[in-house]
Design a binder for this molecule. Structure first.
Ligand SMILES: [Zn+2]
Length: 269
C-alpha cells in the first residue's frame, strides 16, 4: 500500500488545495497522512485562543474523515509565525517524518509558487523542498538513525499553489469534488474568517453582499461549492477535457530528465 503525505501549514489547506485528489487516492486504497504544521490558534472570529485551537482541531478531524485521511500528525508550531522559526528546524521535522513514515508521494505548496502572501505557506514549502534531498543523506540528523530510521527518498512530489509556475499534471477529480466541498465546509470557523476578510474589504469599499452574510451566519456550502466548482471546471478546461469534469492542478515531479531512462532500464526490486 502506498502512502501519501500532505504537509499543510494550516488545517484547511488540504481540503482547499488538493482535497479531491487526496479523497481519490484514499478511495483507491492509499494510506493518506495529514501533517498539520501549525496550531491555527488565531483563525476564528470572536473565540479565545484556547477555544479556537479546540474548534479548528475538531473541524480538521471532521474534514479528514470526509476526505478519507487516516492519520493526522501535529507539529504544533504557532500559526502565522513560521517566518520567525529557523528554516533548519522546520526542515529537520520533515526529514524526520519522511524517514519515519516513508511516504511514496508528498503533497505541499510549491516553493516557486506565485502570488503567495502567507509566510507559513512559503516557509513550509522551502523547508520541505530541502527535506526531500537532506532525508537521503546519512550524515544529516544522525539522531534519527539511533531511532532505527534510515536515509529515505520520497518518490513523487505533488506541488500546488495559489498559482503554479508551471502545471504539468491535471488530476481528474470529478468523482470526489463533492467531498472536497464538504470537507471545506467542515472547516466552518476558518472559512467564516476567510469569508469575513472579503466582507471587511467590501465594507471599506462601501458595499455589502447578502451571499457573504448568509454564508457566515448559516450555510456556506452554496458559496464554497460555487468557488470550488468554478476552479475545478477552469482547470479541466485548461486540461482540454470535455465539459462537466473537474480537475485539480499540480506541478508533479518525479525523476525529471532521468524518467525515460529509468522507465527503459530500471528493474523491479
Ligand atoms: Zn494555509
Amino acid at each position: 500500500m502506498k502512502a501519501a503525505m500532505m504537509i499543510a501549514p494550516h488545517a484547511d489547506d488540504a481540503a482547499a488545495f488538493c482535497g479531491a485528489t487526496l479523497a481519490k487516492l484514499s478511495a483507491q486504497g492509499w494510506h493518506v497522512i495529514l501533517v498539520r504544521v501549525t496550531d491555527d490558534q488565531k483563525d476564528s472570529i470572536g473565540y479565545s485562543v484556547e477555544e479556537t485551537i479546540k474548534i479548528n482541531t475538531q473541524e480538521m478531524h471532521d474534514a479528514a474523515k470526509i476526505l478519507g485521511i487516516q492519520e493526522i500528525i501535529e507539529l504544533g508550531f504557532m500559526t502565522d509565525s513560521l517566518a520567525d522559526v529557523p528554516l533548519g528546524s522546520l526542515r529537520e521535522r520533515f526529514v524526520y517524518l519522511f524517514r519515519k513514515h516513508k511516504p511514496y508521494a508528498v503533497f505541499t505548496f510549491d516553493p516557486f509558487g506565485l502570488y503567495e502572501g502567507n509566510q507559513d505557506h512559503t516557509r513550509v514549502a522551502l523547508a520541505v523542498e530541502e527535506a526531500f534531498w537532506v532525508a537521503c543523506f546519512d550524515k544529516h540528523y544522525p539522531e534519527h538513525f539511533v531511532e532505527g530510521f534510515e536515509p529515505f527518498s520520497v518518490c513523487e512530489r505533488w506541488y500546488f499553489a495559489r498559482q503554479l509556475p508551471e502545471i504539468n499534471h491535471y488530476e481528474d477529480v470529478t468523482e470526489t469534488m463533492d467531498k472536497k466541498i464538504m470537507a471545506l465546509c467542515a472547516h466552518r470557523e476558518m472559512m467564516k474568517n476567510t469569508i469575513n476578510q472579503t466582507r471587511l474589504q467590501l465594507k471599506t469599499y462601501g458595499k455589502r453582499m447578502a451571499m457573504l452574510d448568509e454564508a457566515i451566519d448559516g450555510d456556506m456550502s452554496q458559496l464554497l461549492g460555487m468557488v470550488m466548482q468554478n476552479d475545478g471546471k477552469a482547470m479541466a478546461e485548461k486540461a482540454g477535457w470535455e465539459a462537466g469534469r473537474f480537475a485539480e492542478a499540480f506541478r508533479k515531479s518525479r525523476f525529471g530528465d532521468m524518467e525515460e531512462l529509468f522507465e527503459m532500464m530500471a528493474e523491479d526490486l
